[in-house]
Every structure is written in structure tokens, then in C-alpha cells.
Design a protein around this ligand. Structure first.
Ligand SMILES: Nc1nc2c(ncn2[C@@H]2O[C@H](COP(=O)(O)OP(=O)(O)OP(=O)(O)O)[C@@H](O)[C@H]2O)c(=O)[nH]1
Length: 296
């Protein structure tokens, strides 16, 4: 945990008209796709898309819905919500695709964000699609569009300049202690969701025998070359229950693992290796320390 010194941390979001490349850029920065939806009601007005951890900084990317031409009250409320989010972030990246001329939509959004306290960075996206000459023209047009602290050309597809963009955005974050724990990629409690899926699979068919005796703790999640490795422990209260969960020649545990793995793969949208261990934690339901450890 970093707490002081030159550490910077804060919130940023990308805005821009549809198709400007916001999602692709977010994924390129965070480095992995995150599509977990939390069953909990949102406690903040924005959804955290991902947290980029670096030695000296933490960049939290938040999602905002698009701004609409308000035709209805709902449309107006949505726009209020968008503006509320914009007013809470430290940096706004306005995405402008290099392969298209700046249009009315871009001017509209640019005008909307120009009065906010956030630092504005213009991000010229998809530079892999245009020639140097076109890019130069576009950069000039962006320069005329508004007052930006920086203008950064990037390609989320080739990765060119993505690191530079992050450096620029981090440079505009306030000095602040770390906001989220190390290793946390989203504020969705993804390890909790994974544990719930494993617990559901482990309970399937033995609910009557082990009504409230199973708890699951995800110990570690590692992502390597597109494979998410999950190490989790299934806790029961007695060794007789352990035998039930594992089954004859571990047949039941294998089924539990297969089912939970498939569901977690659906959840995170990627391949999963799931390592399950069944452990006895005597009377965990009555032990406050164990309960806290198991997330209750
Ligand atoms: N060649 C190239 N294509 C890109 C790049 N970034 C995004 N695209 C493509 O542009 C299209 C739109 O990208 P998105 O990231 O979905 O754009 P968005 O701004 O999130 O779009 P909305 O969700 O509609 O607001 C997709 O087909 C992407 O594959 C890039 O750097 N280079």
C-alpha cells in the first residue's frame, strides 16, 4: 500500500460520440476485458471500469452513459447523471477518431465538457487507420476545437502511444493516497462473485445434507496470457461433510469444479483454470474470526 509522497491517484473517463473508440481504448489501458456486473446496487454514481495500478499512481477509469439529445424527462435525467459523473472525475479524455472529420457531435460534447473542473485531454483515436498527413490535419483541427491540456494521438489496436496517454492522464491526477487495494481491477467484488458461483455448484444436490455449512474463499486470482487461474478453498465444518463434497474418488468435486469453471468463464468472458481445495474449518459459523475471513 502506498500512502504518501509523490503518489497520484484519481478518476478519469473517456467521452466521445458513438464509435469513437472509447471501449477499445479502455480495454487496451486496463489490459483485460472486464464485464462483470455486480448484483449489488450501485453505491456510487459511476461504474468503475477498471483500475490501473502503477508503482507511483493509480488511475481509475469510470464509465459514463452517452449524452443524448434530451427529448424526454428520462433523457434529461440521464444527461444529469452524465454531467454528475463528469463533475466527479479528475481527467476527461475526449475521444476523436482520426479517420473521421470533426463533426457536430464532437463539437457538442466538447462544448458540454469545457466548463468542468476536470482536466481535458483530447485523444485522437485509431491513428493506425490514417496517413501522417491526415493525422497532422486532424491534430490541427482538434487544436482549434477547444482548450485541451494535452492532445494525444493513439491506436488502441496497435497499442501505439497507449502508454504515453496513460502517462499524460496520470500526470493530471491529484496527489492522493492509493484509492483501491493492490490487484483490484474493478470495484465489482469479482472474487466474491466467483466464490458465490463455486458455492452454488458445491451446494447443488447436497443442499439438504449441508444446508448452511459450506463457505468458499477465493484465495488468489492470477491472469496469464488470457488464462485466469483461480485458487479457491471450499470450507465445511466437519470431515464427514468434506467427504460428501468431495464424493467417491473425488468425482463430485470434479463436477463441482467443471460447473463452477464454466460459469466463471461466462462471467469474465475468458478461459479459466480453477483449483479447488476442500478444507475443514471447525464450526466456522460460530467463530467470528473465521466468519470475517470468509466474508460474512
Ligand atoms: N483500426 C482501429 N480500430 C479501432 C481502434 N479503436 C477502436 N476501433 C474500432 O472502432 C469501433 C468502435 O470502437 P469502440 O471502442 O466500440 O467505440 P466506442 O466509442 O466505445 O463506441 P460506443 O460504445 O458506440 O460509444 C470498433 O469496431 C473498434 O474495433 C483503433 O485504435 N484502431
Amino acid at each position: 500500500m502506498q500512502t504518501s509522497g509523490d503518489y497520484r491517484a484519481g478518476f478519469a473517463c473517456f467521452v466521445g460520440r458513438p464509435n469513437a473508440g472509447k471501449s477499445t481504448l479502455t480495454n487496451a489501458i486496463i489490459g483485460q476485458k472486464i464485464a462483470i456486473t455486480s448484483p449489488k446496487p450501485q453505491t456510487t454514481r459511476h461504474t468503475i471500469r477498471g483500475v490501473l495500478h502503477r508503482e507511483d499512481s493509480q488511475l481509475v477509469l469510470v464509465d459514463t452513459p452517452g449524452l443524448h439529445r434530451p427529448r424526454t424527462l428520462l433523457g434529461e435525467r440521464l444527461n444529469d447523471l452524465v454531467r454528475a459523473t463528469w463533475s466527479e472525475v479528475d481527467v476527461i479524455g475526449l475521444c476523436l477518431p482520426a479517420d473521421e472529420e470533426i463533426g457536430r457531435g464532437d463539437r457538442f460534447i466538447s462544448g458540454e465538457i469545457s466548463e468542468l473542473k476536470a482536466t481535458l485531454v483530447a485523444v485522437v483515436t485509431k491513428i493506425d487507420l490514417v496517413s501522417k498527413a491526415t493525422l497532422a490535419e486532424r491534430l490541427l483541427a482538434v487544436h482549434r476545437l477547444g482548450a485541451f491540456a494535452d492532445i494525444v494521438p493513439v491506436s488502441a489496436v496497435s497499442g501505439e502511444q497507449v502508454g504515453t496517454l496513460v502517462d499524460v492522464m496520470v500526470g493530471h491526477l491529484p496527489k492522493s493516497p492509493q484509492l483501491y487495494p493492490d490487484g483490484m481491477l474493478t470495484d465489482e467484488p469479482e472474487q466474491v462473485l466467483m466464490a458465490e458461483l463455486i458455492r452454488e455448484a458445491a451446494l447443488d444436490g447436497v443442499r439438504d445434507e449441508l444446508p448452511h455449512s459450506i463457505a468458499v474463499l477465493v484465495e488468489e486470482v492470477l491472469t496469464e496470457e488470457g488464462l485466469t487461474k483461480i485458487y479457491a478453498d471450499i470450507y465445511v465444518e466437519r470431515s464427514s461433510q468434506k467427504a460428501i463434497v468431495i464424493g467417491h474418488q473425488a468425482s463430485r468435486l470434479k463436477e463441482v469444479g467443471t460447473r463452477a469453471r464454466r460459469e466463471i468463464e461466462d462471467l469474465i468472458g475468458g478461459r479459466v483454470y480453477l483449483d479447488l481445495h476442500v478444507r475443514v474449518a471447525k464450526d466456522w459459523q460460530r467463530d467470528p474470526k473465521q466468519l470475517r475471513r470468509l466474508g460474512f
